[in-house]
Design a protein around this ligand. Structure first.
Ligand code: PLP
Length: 397
């Protein structure tokens, strides 16, 4: 195989445990495996996470949920409806049947959505209601909440309000004014819900950064307290952290309190992308490398050809010129800088200073020594996008 991705089951499980321990016994951790587990393969990761103790998994849509259900069944670790699978993006009315068939739990926010679910589901269906507390993306806005709650009370025999949730826009920001405002709006919504006969079992909010940032931001304590006040259980939803990454904690302007990252340094990258060197050659000073000859050899160089490119998800921003340093791969334990442009399926690296690189040697394209944070920095994006963009055959290790 020329190029492949190794997924470390032990690191994935270890990350889950670190996040769970940090969240504490009062706050369960929902393991987010949406977007094919951030490029790690939901079919590989979901069983590992369930075995590590995750009672809830999160996916984007009904199709992903169905795939995760069958992966769990194939791994033989599924019980009646455990782990629960939360479908976090609002779908289309025609998804309703698949949700019921695969025992998925949808996130809802409108009466129309719930009507479609009620029509399609032969059994009473649990739903989680998302409150839009300030992201303006999905979720019910305060003005519409009354009507939604009224409908839920009237149809409780077919649609059961099992959870209430919201999502924070700035969870990695210590002392975030936006998070405080979102919490205030959520508390107001909860007050309104408490006045009805509806009794949700789960209250959840926040992501990996809410766990990482919990000392300064106190969101975990807040979720636990809101849940306790309505006799429900608290949950936080973690994705990126499971895969070994987390955004750095930032500080709100003027915030003078603590802003320590609690878990970031303890998480281990789960994905290692490897490729075998398929060519080695020497070039003389003055020769140019790759498309448009953006890199010219200034001395005699030894080059290795790595059979990966932007079609596989290696970002083209990792290209280099003689004046702009680009990305690198790890070869023989050392850094081999990318020289010239990353092309569709091929990348040239400089191995002049590395001993005896030969055809067949393994290069680490992404993993230990060259992380998704490194790639993200060069590509001016976030590690989420780097990981989701890797399109290479995966195997569990
Ligand atoms: C993706 C997602 C998460 C997980 O976020 P991370 O930053 O990856 O931990 C949590 N909640 C919702 C609603 C999401 O869509």
């Amino acid at each position: 195989m020329k190029s492949w991705v190794e997924i470390s089951a032990s690191r994935l499980a270890a990350n889950y445990r670190v996040l769970s321990e940090t969240a504490g016994s009062d706050v369960a951790v929902l393991a987010v495996v949406k977007a094919d587990a951030y490029g790690h393969g939901a079919g590989l990761c979901a069983p590992v996470l369930a075995q590590a103790g995750a009672r809830w998994l999160g996916v984007t849509d009904a199709a992903e949920g169905a795939a995760v259900r069958s992966a769990l069944a194939a791994a033989g670790i599924e019980t009646e409806d455990q782990p629960h699978i939360l479908v976090m993006s609002e779908g289309l009315p025609e998804d309703a049947e698949a949700l019921a068939r695969h025992r998925l739990t949808p996130v809802v926010s409108t009466v129309e959505q719930m009507r479609a679910l009620a029509r399609s589901s032969p059994v009473p269906l649990g739903v989680h209601l998302e409150i839009d507390t300030g992201m303006s993306r999905q979720g019910v806005v305060p003005e519409a909440l009354g009507a939604v709650l009224h409908w839920l009370e009237e149809h409780r025999d077919v649609i059961r309000l099992e959870g209430v949730m919201t999502h924070f826009a700035s969870a990695e920001v210590a002392g975030s004014h936006q998070t405080l405002e979102q919490r205030r709006r959520f508390e107001e919504a909860m007050e309104q819900i408490t006045k009805t006969s509806l009794r949700p079992e789960w209250i959840h909010a926040g992501n990996s950064s809410a766990i990482d940032n919990y000392v300064s931001d106190e969101s975990l304590r807040w979720i636990a307290q809101v849940a306790r006040s309505v006799g429900a259980r608290a949950m936080v939803r973690s994705g990126l952290g499971l895969y070994g990454y987390c955004l750095p904690v930032e500080k709100e302007a003027g915030y003078a309190g603590r802003a320590d990252a609690q878990v970031r340094s303890r998480l281990l990258p789960v994905m290692t992308w490897k490729a075998r060197v398929t060519g080695v050659r020497e070039i003389e000073a003055g020769e140019r490398i790759g498309y448009n000859g953006t890199f010219t050899a200034e001395h005699r160089m030894r080059l290795a050809l790595v059979p990966v490119g932007y079609a596989d998800g290696l970002r083209r921003e990792l290209s280099s010129t003689n004046v702009r340093v680009g990305g690198w791969v790890v070869l023989k334990g050392g850094r081999a800088p990318i020289v010239g442009r990353v092309s569709m399926n091929l990348t040239v690296v400089d191995v002049t200073s590395l001993a005896d690189v030969a055809v067949g040697d393994e290069a680490i394209v992404l993993g230990e020594g060259v992380t998704a944070d490194d790639h993200a920095q060069l590509a001016e994006t976030i590690p989420y996008e780097i990981l989701c963009g890797v399109r290479v055959q995966r195997m569990l290790r």
